[in-house]
Design a protein around this ligand. Structure first.
Ligand code: SF4
Ligand code: SF4
Length: 481
């Protein structure tokens, strides 16, 4: 379904959007190659290797499903920002088609693929059911194996992937981060802009890091309160466990209150979501095999996830390990048990008593929950089930906040612009509390709200339910401002 473009700086002109929405031929395509609003694909030659090899290339059939209607364009955050055909889903699909027809993988092509946030808003918008998610995932895996990146990009990506998928390493950052904040250096860096000038990536990471709370790690097994309705394995996550341990604690309490016995093996690691979303398929497969081994021993009925990005990749373990004879059927069995927290609670139905929370709440759809998993109604229904809670809609809910895994670290400037747009839309609701179900979104929107000099309390859906079940009142949630 086409949506209204977000207005503001960088929004493409209305006639460009109209033309994009109605055209049957992607604008800017020429017989010689591709020239779009200021971006030319320099570097495409007919002498190099074809873009894709035979190991899981993007599917030509999926490419041919695209009828170039343009309905996806105005939901695409990069098209909304720049109005460039090659930075739209349709343009990227065209580039993939060029690669399949034997064009080499040019730097310019890779740039347009890299600029995709992987938000999957285009999958929701597409009336022809084009599986852009499959196309970009296969394309990215080819890019990572076959394209040589510049030294700075290589170093940055190496650092990111040596840190983010490892919860213990992330937890080690908590001490220095707390010391940096308490020493006054943070305020000095913010006042002078020194850190942003010297190390913009570090400045972005620092601005995203949430307020740190010391919360004990949940035990390996938490019994159900009352009669047991399900045996549930739980992912604690990497960023979630290092920076939002209170979200995990709330998740465990809510599950137990709703009659779930919760299993949390401490030896669990990363689910591989960041890796697979960035084309590092072999690494993602290693993480997936390990997680399956750890959890299949538990005999769980369900595997519950409270981070949208993790949930979307866990639901694709069957595809990720389809070629592995030792794991294909185990991965399929595992995938069938994966549920987002809101999805599972909706499936089980409420058992514990909800106490009133008289407050206004804006619910933000995390892209990997709404677009990638189709979960929109369940979290809203859970929130509406709390007496006194008023839910307010956020304008342009389809458009990504700019977090997108590590996209905001790799692309700080456009990510900040998307974050600012989302912060404006959130603040316009006048709600007291912003609720979402992904740690990346929480950090991204919080940073953007701070840049605006505004304040709003933030919480995960689990924390709101937890506050209601424990009769804590709105103050427990508003304290996070
Ligand atoms: S996944 Fe998001 S950023 Fe990428 S093409 Fe689709 S809408 Fe655009
Ligand atoms: S991806 Fe879907 S919505 Fe976008 S241009 Fe192709 S067919 Fe149309």
């Amino acid at each position: 379904m086409p949506v209204t473009a977000t207005h503001g700086t960088g929004t493409p002109p209305a006639d460009a959007l109209r033309a994009a929405g109605n055209s049957t031929t992607p604008q800017g395509f020429t017989a010689q190659g591709i020239t779009t609003h200021g971006i030319t694909t320099h570097g495409i030659t007919t002498h190099g290797e074809p873009a894709f090899d035979g190991h899981h290339p993007p599917s030509a059939d999926l490419v041919s499903d695209c009828v170039h209607c343009g309905f996806c364009l105005t939901t695409c955050p990069t098209y909304v920002l720049w109005g460039e055909e090659m930075d739209s889903p349709r343009g990227r699909i065209h580039l993939i088609g060029q690669g399949l027809s034997g064009e080499p993988l040019s730097d310019s092509m890779v740039t347009h693929f890299d600029r995709c946030l992987g938000c999957m808003a285009c999958v929701t918008a597409c009336p022809s059911g084009v599986r852009y998610d499959r196309l970009i995932e296969d394309t990215r895996a080819q890019v990572e194996r076959r394209h040589s990146r510049g030294a700075r990009d290589r170093a940055l990506r190496a650092a990111i992937f040596a840190l983010f998928p490892y919860p213990r390493r992330l937890r080690l950052l908590r001490g220095p981060l707390r010391a940096y904040r308490m020493s006054g250096l943070q305020k000095l860096a913010a006042r002078t802009g020194l850190l942003r000038r010297l190390a913009p990536t570090l400045a972005t990471l620092e601005s995203l890091a949430p307020r740190l709370r010391g919360v004990p790690r949940p035990p390996a097994r938490v019994p159900a309160r009352g009669a047991r309705r399900a045996l549930v394995g739980m992912l604690t996550g990497c960023v979630q466990s290092a920076f939002f341990p209170d979200v995990n604690s709330a998740t465990v309490r809510v599950l137990a209150a709703e009659g779930c016995e919760v299993l949390i093996p401490p030896e669990q690691g990363c689910c591989g979501a960041l890796s697979v979303h960035n084309g590092r398929r072999a690494e993602a497969q290693r993480f997936a095999r390990r997680l399956i081994e750890v959890f299949e021993r538990t005999g769980m009925d369900y595997f519950v996830v409270n981070a949208a990005g993790c949930g979307s990749s866990l639901k694709e373990y069957d595809e990720l390990l389809a070629d592995d004879p030792a794991y294909a059927s185990r991965a399929a069995a595992f995938t069938a048990k994966v549920r987002d927290l809101a999805e599972l609670l909706a499936e089980l139905g409420p058992a514990a008593r909800r106490h009133p929370l008289p407050m206004t709440v804006a619910y933000h759809d995390a892209c990997h929950l709404a677009h990638a998993q189709g979960i929109r109604d369940q979290p809203r229904a859970l929130l509406r089930g709390i007496p006194g809670l008023e839910l307010r809609p956020i304008a342009d809910p389809e458009i990504c906040c700019g977090s997108a895994g590590v996209w905001n670290v790799l692309n700080p400037a456009p990510a900040a612009e998307l974050g600012d747009r989302k912060a404006d839309a959130v603040l316009a609701t006048g709600a007291e509390l912003l609720v979402t179900a992904n740690p990346g979104c929480l950090m991204q929107v919080a940073a953007a709200v701070r840049r605006r000099g505004a304040t709003i309390a933030l919480a995960h859906t689990a924390q709101v339910l937890d506050a209601s079940l424990r009769h804590l009142g709105p103050e427990a949630l508003l304290d996070s401002r």
